[in-house]
Design a protein around this ligand. Structure first.
Ligand code: BGC
Length: 388
């Protein structure tokens, strides 16, 4: 088998072909491709309805990642520290049952709508739609059974752009109350530098709204190693969207200058998190959408940098999106524990969710999240890892 693969690769190289795609499900290193090795598939458990869930392992450019077909969940993300020592820097679980039973969206793909829609309702083209209610009066992260709880079709690839997975899900017309059948494709790519890129695309057959994101909880010191209050965060955002008591934006775009929300020059997350600012008291920490100064861009542009001074691990994010939800893990209460066996408490991980603003369907002056037939929704986010 190995010999025949080598022969094929040698023939391809002689013919000037630099990357040879493997058949889905196979795994081998293609020495002529920058893409690294083809992702490897293994069983990860079975859902109550008999659906099999798989786990895919990806590796390229010094980054290792494990992804589930359930929810497109990033179950682990391993990157080196300044001495080359690897740690899993994303919160998650060891077993499928734990994800199904009660996960605060650990590592998951979020849709159809990242964050909240106020009153679980919106009006589009004069018609009101009632959504699944799952967070007080509001609809959070697509409702009770959002994309984080769906099984995605997964197709691996390895080529010049890197190694990765194409995840597909078709959301039926009316699912969770949203109009239109939504065909969603999300591509995870690890490139030759170890950067993790997410490409989101979606089309619809009826006018609808869409706002997709990824809900990885990062702890650059390693999951289960304690809190992230010492991590330094920088966000290229001069404004944020304050919220009401149920975390729905008031509609105001408030200046961060002179407030605990000013991360423009970078600061430790713990520095102001306990300030008596009413917005921090309501949200029990940071749980807000920052308005990125760059706005919506055609290609990904700089949004934020997260750095753990202890391990030296650094993550830089670039996106096409206009907003960034920084959630400081406020609702982790010690009832869940990760693969390390250690419990997750408040602040033990943080999310940086690239997105359009929460509740945009009800806030006409926010950038629009409407998608119409014939259009393609696109969004790109790149996470670059480094250590120093
Ligand atoms: C939201 C939080 C929510 C969390 C769920 C975040 O994106 O902003 O309010 O509690 O997701 O774990």
């Amino acid at each position: 088998m190995e010999t025949s693969r080598r022969t094929v690769l040698a023939a391809a190289a002689a013919a000037g072909i630099t990357a040879v795609a493997a058949a889905p499900g196979t795994a081998y290193a293609d020495p002529s491709a920058k893409g690294g090795r083809m992702p490897v598939k293994e069983p990860f458990g079975t859902l109550a309805d008999g659906t099999r869930v798989h786990r895919w392992t990806l590796e390229n450019g010094g980054t290792r990642m494990k992804v589930l077909s359930y929810g497109g969940i990033v179950q682990s993300l391993e990157i080196p520290d300044r001495y080359g020592r690897y740690a899993n820097v994303s919160l998650g679980f060891e077993r499928l049952e734990d994800y199904v039973a009660s996960s605060p969206y650990f590592g998951a793909l979020i849709g159809r709508y990242g964050n909240r829609i106020g009153g679980s309702r919106f009006t589009l083209d004069g018609r009101e739609y009632a959504l699944s209610v799952n967070d007080g009066p509001n609809s959070l992260h697509g409702g009770a059974a959002g994309f984080d709880k769906r099984v995605w079709d997964v197709e691996p690839f390895s080529g010049p752009a890197g190694t990765g997975l194409v995840l597909r899900y078709a959301s039926a017309d009316g699912e969770m109350g949203y109009p239109g059948r939504l065909d969603v494709t999300v591509t995870y790519t690890l490139d030759g530098k170890g950067d993790w890129r997410i490409d989101y695309a979606a089309t619809t057959d009826r006018p609808t709204v869409v706002n997709l994101t990824s809900h990885t909880y990062f702890n650059l010191a390693g999951e289960g190693s304690g809190d992230v209050l010492g991590h330094e965060l920088r966000m290229a955002a001069s404004r944020y969207t304050p919220t009401d008591a149920t975390l729905i934006p008031t509609g105001q775009l408030a200046k961060v200058a002179g407030t605990p929300f000013d991360f423009r020059h970078g600061k430790p997350i713990g520095r102001d998190i306990r300030a008596a600012h009413p917005q921090l008291v309501t949200a029990k920490g940071f749980d807000h959408n920052w308005v990125l100064d760059k706005g919506i861009t055609r290609s990904p542009e700089y949004a934020a940098t997260l750095r753990d001074p202890r391990s030296g691990r650094i993550m830089r994010m670039a996106t096409t999106e206009p907003g960034l939800q920084f959630y400081s893990g406020n609702f982790l209460d010690g009832t869940l524990s990760g693969p390390s066996g250690r419990t997750y408490r408040q602040g033990d991980g943080l999310c940086l969710e690239t997105q359009h603003f929460p509740d945009s369907p009800n806030q006409p002056h926010f950038p629009s999240t409407v998608l119409r037939p014939g259009e393609t929704y696109r969004s790109v986010t790149v996470h670059s890892f480094n250590a120093g």
